[in-house]
Design a protein around this ligand. Structure first.
Ligand SMILES: NC(=O)C1=CN([C@@H]2O[C@H](COP(=O)(O)OP(=O)(O)OC[C@H]3O[C@@H](n4cnc5c(N)ncnc54)[C@H](OP(=O)(O)O)[C@@H]3O)[C@@H](O)[C@H]2O)C=CC1
Ligand SMILES: O=C1CO[C@H](CO)[C@@H](O)[C@@H]1O
Length: 348
């Protein structure tokens, strides 16, 4: 395959879309050719920051361009399906932010079109590319802790941003708050416990600081059981300060403890550490480069470039993205009903 830059279009130039634009621009082998935004303000901001890119106020014009290889979609979650299907139908490869969709029907439809069009379909669970969260996965797969039995993935942070037009606080547009941030942790938990089978059932609970708005789950916790007998705990509070995430994974032989802290998720100056016990001694595991979502966004662009050029596997494919949505929707159903919910009702 040729060494010419992989040509990207970007749809969505909000808080996160602007970080994607930067990630594409700084990645060797990637070129930011076109951007689509919605409001005049965002269109003007995109033109000013990226004068060499074509900027559209209708994403369909971007999608219709003949010269794009990949389109990166970073719009509010309820629009993922409409925008992503347009991208795939136009024959472009797709990098779609999480959550892949807000329903299983949306996920299935996008997968069907991607298969029909034979296009790459990556989902933005970028934590898989982290030098630390990813190192934990490598160690688990090498048998450092023996057979994994338990994973806790936990976050304590400040409240979510509103998002353009307040979409994140409108349940009809965000889908569920579990699809916002906990979805990353369900993805990590399933990835870490891969050797323990697949998630089978879940119990979840949540509460809100606003009595009239129970759907805005400030506190959320879930226990998810795997077919092989292992289980994961995913827990998050939005009623706290800054951004502090941990993962603790234990197995038949040892344990891992990873932690990350920053003033917010988007900091380039976090503190982080990974410690491990292999059954004999406790060690601090060196992390070879800084970790944080902004770094991983760059790694994500690099990975889709490699996938396009050399067939390297995607870090998170559409099936993984679909699993993440299924776990979250099952958790949401459990919060609402108070019952244990079977994940196969969602994953099929
Ligand atoms: N993987 C991760 O770690 C993260 C993922 N995300 C995901 O990224 C997505 C965007 O989130 P975020 O950036 O925080 O949200 P914002 O609300 O900050 O940005 C969304 C942007 O989408 C734009 N938009 C809406 N409709 C269209 C349209 N039809 N065409 C083009 N642009 C459109 C809005 O435009 P305008 O400004 O003109 O109104 C807005 O700028 C969400 O799905 C979220 O879940 C977000 C943060 C982190
Ligand atoms: O990782 C994330 C950081 O927080 C955002 C909300 O504020 C989420 O949308 C996102 O998935």
């Amino acid at each position: 395959m040729s060494d010419r830059p992989v040509r990207f279009g970007l749809i969505g130039f909000g808080a996160w879309g602007q970080h994607h634009a930067n990630a594409i621009t700084v990645t060797e082998g990637a070129e930011l050719v076109a951007i689509a935004a919605r409001s005049d303000t965002s269109v003007a901001a995109a033109k000013e920051k990226y004068p060499d890119a074509a900027v559209y106020n209708d994403y369909r014009e971007l999608v219709a361009r003949e010269d794009l290889d990949f389109v990166d979609v970073v719009v509010p979650s309820h629009l993922h399906h409409a925008v992503a299907t347009a991208v795939l139908q136009a024959g472009k490869h797709l990098l779609l932010e999480k959550p892949m969709g807000v329903s299983m029907e949306e996920c299935d439809d996008m997968i069907r079109i991607a298969n029909q069009q034979d296009r790459l379909f990556a989902v933005g669970h970028e934590l898989r590319l982290s030098s630390m969260w990813g190192k934990a996965k490598e160690l688990i797969d090498e048998g450092f802790i023996g057979d994994p039995l338990y994973a806790l993935v936990e976050l304590s942070r400040n409240p979510y941003r509103q998002g353009a037009d307040g979409w994140r606080y409108d349940i009809d547009r965000v889908g569920s708050w579990i699809l916002e941030e906990p979805i990353h942790f369900f993805d990590l938990a399933r990835w870490y416990l891969e050797r323990a089978g697949q998630p089978e059932r879940i119990y979840a609970t949540a509460n809100s600081r606003q009595p009239g708005r129970p759907e805005l789950q400030d506190n959320f916790s879930a226990i998810m059981h795997f077919s092989g007998g292992s289980y994961a705990v995913v827990s998050q509070t939005l009623a706290a300060f800054e951004h502090h995430q941990t993962a603790k994974i234990t197995g038949t032989k040892g344990a891992l403890w990873a932690s990350w802290s920053g003033a917010q998720d988007r900091t380039r100056h976090p503190t982080f550490s990974l410690r491990g016990f292999d059954g004999n001694e406790v060690v601090t595991i060196p992390i070879d480069k800084p970790t944080g979502e902004l770094f991983e966004l760059e790694d994500q662009v690099a990975r889709v470039v490699q996938a396009h050029r050399s067939g390297v596997p995607l870090h998170c494919n559409a099936e993984d993205g679909r699993w993440s949505v299924a776990m979250c929707l099952a958790a949401e159903a459990s919060v609402r009903s108070g019952n244990i919910v079977s994940i196969s009702d969602y994953i099929g």
